[in-house]
Ligand binder design. Sequence first.
Ligand SMILES: Cc1cc2nc3c(=O)[nH]c(=O)nc-3n(C[C@H](O)[C@H](O)[C@H](O)COP(=O)(O)O)c2cc1C
Length: 257
Amino acid sequence: MNNLTKHRFFLKSKLNWMEKKSVKTDQEQRFPRPDLFKPYEKKGSTFVHLPIPEKTIVKKQDIFQIILDRRSHRNFTAEAITLEELSWLLYATQGIKEIGPKQAYSLRMVPSGGARHSLVTYIAVLNVDKVEPGIYRYLPQEHQLIRVLLDDDLVTNVKKCCHNQVFTEKASAIFFWTSVPYRSEWRYHLEAHRYILMDAGHVCQNLYLAGEAIQLGVCAIGAYDQLFTDQYLKIDGVNELAVYAAAVGTKDTKEKS
Ligand SMILES: Cc1cc2nc3c(=O)[nH]c(=O)nc-3n(C[C@H](O)[C@H](O)[C@H](O)COP(=O)(O)O)c2cc1C
């Protein structure tokens, strides 16, 4: 049997351990607060403006039924999702409600440990009306997308990111969530790493529920290729790294999920 128990330290709260070791967080040592948002270059970039979601997009408003009906869906039709639908899913998962004074924090549609919100959303647009297929990054502060790359082999490479899971080929969009860990580490030191993954769980659950509310299929993807995904998304894998993903598409109700 593998000796796994020693690695379980990762799962445990480190607050007492940190106290015992007299660890001072970077925030306590008065290091500068990391930026709330990942910066981007305006000049020469391509943006996709997203419509602010209207309540009418939600076909199913009964939260009781949404929770009961939520499942993971891996069979998608060839039907594209609309820009309005994509906009809703981004808004529901990372949309901003409030930005604190001096950009000290943001409040979003999902909770985050200490409102540190270390996550960044990338979208592989495979089949979305009015959007050229490619990789985009969500800018929550402006509710728009910035293009990261176009790729003739997009479907193959996105599938490769997802450990070659075949169902990703027919998805309309794949959400990739990365983390800028220092946003949370600055306040929580080693405890941040658990919070980052908990945050990602909240985000993906909102995607499931928001998807179910507009009758789109969602499937979480924990099995992804770390090295390839980080390289593909053009992030360094140290100061920003992929932590989770999910596929979205039009449910093929004829097939078993
Ligand atoms: C953390 C996490 C990682 C997952 N990773 C994958 C994955 O890589 N591929 C996949 O097909 N499903 C994945 N799933 C979906 C689960 O297989 C699914 O939630 C589970 O079988 C229960 O089915 P249900 O979501 O329909 O209730 C993942 C779910 C979670 C929560």
